[in-house]
Ligand binder design. Structure first.
Ligand code: SF4
Length: 476
């Protein structure tokens, strides 16, 4: 189905001088077949590619436009089609439409059913007709195994109820609901797609949703030719403008547009099969302006909230390893430590289980003028059978230590450490760390049973001045 096999790394440099290996966006919802593009469709497509949009899904709203979407998809390896009947056209849904959509769904370039759903705002079709057409298209999605692209306006709860009638995967496109509705949709496994309105003023709730959706559920789209983002608001929208929307969403989430492209393109690959998911797990990976090192997936804890137990990815990077890297391999991949704000030995596994590698790589980074941070569960001395903090003196500029509980009982319940003495050993580690490492931060994850203020007091009593509580779903 996916003819363009190298969307992430092998696209040619774009007009903006973006590096060839920069992650590219997927516009998961546009209407390239719309007549508004008849005069300059080829230019529109070229501008999208030049702006860093690697793939586009062009979405039909009736039989005619679904067929046109498929013709376009067959003309370009990086364009895909969705076939469906928009709720505005639901009055036209009948047995023939059902059969035709089923036939179009079998095309190799069809990656979704839609745009379908419920629109009780405009009511261009009667309510009962909308419900019937939506139910039947959900049925096509179930039969074909394709995801469904859902439009809702003033009908979000009813749409979710219909989707809840049977297993279906999909996305709420051009999301305009609130955080509660987003939560309900994600609880059903649905993705949330954010479009241009997030760039408008006075969209505080949408911005909050766009900032807080967990990485695993976020998609982006233009809905072109409609809803152009700022600074093009009011003009015809086109897929190239996705870069503007992505910039705003990335800012809201405190990441770079490149991070956002990686995260959302991975999700597009997961949901629609568009593009290619990353292959092997990575030893080093960039988030914002720091480089993270993935030394091991082993850990002495089994925290209930650990990302390793529900995803192979952090910020779109695949981190599940088939083998652990040697120090030399890490050094080769880092190459120039001073290109990054800091080099971070991180927590997709406990790095201090490989203390020798940490020391060798950290010493090299320091010798090259780089900055070193180690993210740890604070059991490094317990794991290595000695106080290792003096050995980190001069090698680590900062430590980020997970405290995660205010007392031993809570810690053992939440983190399930392999050793019974883990919590007191962790407290000793924190107490010792401030003697040898210039910056020490203690962190907790806000989850049930954790008393954040008691954790803060405990950290302060151990000599730490920097304390941070992070949200349960905030990883990376
Ligand atoms: S300490 Fe970190 S890596 Fe280990 S299980 Fe807990 S969250 Fe995961």
């Amino acid at each position: 189905m996916n003819e363009d096999k190298k969307p992430f790394a092998s696209s040619p440099p774009d007009g903006a001088g973006r590096p060839a290996d920069a992650p590219r966006l997927v516009d998961t919802h546009c209407h390239l077949e719309a007549s508004g593009f008849d005069a300059d469709r080829q230019d529109v497509i070229e501008r999208a590619r030049a702006a860093g949009v690697g793939h586009m899904i062009t979405v039909g709203t009736d039989i005619e436009s679904s067929e046109a979407a498929l013709r376009l998809a067959h003309a370009y390896p990086f364009i895909y089609a969705a076939v469906g009947l928009h709720p505005h056209e639901a009055k036209d849904f009948d047995e023939n439409v059902f059969k035709r959509l089923l036939a179009l769904a079998a095309d190799e370039k069809t990656v979704a059913i839609g745009e379908t759903g419920l629109d009780y705002h405009y009511m261009h079709s009667p309510r009962e007709a909308q419900i019937h057409a939506f139910r039947m298209q959900a049925e096509i999605a179930r039969q074909t195994g394709l995801p469904i692209i859902v439009h809702t306006r003033d009908a979000g709860d009813e749409a979710l109820k219909i989707l809840g009638a049977g297993p279906v995967k999909g996305v709420l496109h051009c999301f305009s609901g609130d955080a509660r509705m987003a939560g309900d949709a994600m609880a059903m496994g649905l993705y949330i797609s954010i479009a241009g309105p997030v760039t408008f003023r006075k969209t505080d709730e949408l911005r909050r949703v766009a900032a807080e959706i967990p990485d695993d559920y976020l998609l982006v789209e233009t809905d072109a030719p409609y809803l152009a983002p700022e600074p093009f608001r009011g003009k015809r929208n086109e897929p190239a403008y996705l870069a503007e929307t992505a910039k705003v969403i990335a800012g809201l989430r405190g990441i770079t547009p490149e991070d956002l492209a990686r995260v959302t393109s991975l999700n597009a690959s997961r949901l629609f099969g568009v593009g290619e998911a990353p292959g092997e797990g990575r030893f080093t990976y960039r988030i914002r302006d720091s480089l993270y090192l993935n030394l091991t997936n082993r850990c002495t804890n089994r925290c209930s909230f650990c990302v390793r137990f529900y995803s192979d990815f952090v910020k779109g990077h695949k981190l599940r390893l088939t083998r652990e890297p040697a120090a030399g391999e890490l050094i080769e991949e880092i190459a120039e430590p001073d290109r990054y704000r800091e080099i971070v030995f991180c927590g997709y596994g406990e790095p201090l289980m490989r203390l020798d590698v940490v020391k060798e790589v950290a010493a090299w980074v320091k010798a090259c003028g780089g900055k070193v941070r180690i993210n740890t569960n604070g059991q490094g001395s317990l794991i290595n059978g000695r106080n290792i903090l003096p050995e980190l003196k001069g090698l680590a500029d900062s430590l980020s230590i997970s405290l995660d509980a205010q007392d031993e009982e809570t810690y053992n319940g939440l983190c399930k450490p392999a050793s019974p003495g883990a919590f007191p050993a962790l407290l000793d580690f924190i107490r010792e760390s401030v003697k040898y490492v210039p910056e020490v931060r203690v962190t907790v994850v806000e989850t049930g049973g954790v008393d954040v203020e008691a954790c803060r007091s405990l950290a302060m009593s151990l000599g730490v001045r920097d304390f941070r509580a992070r949200k349960l779903d905030a990883v990376g």
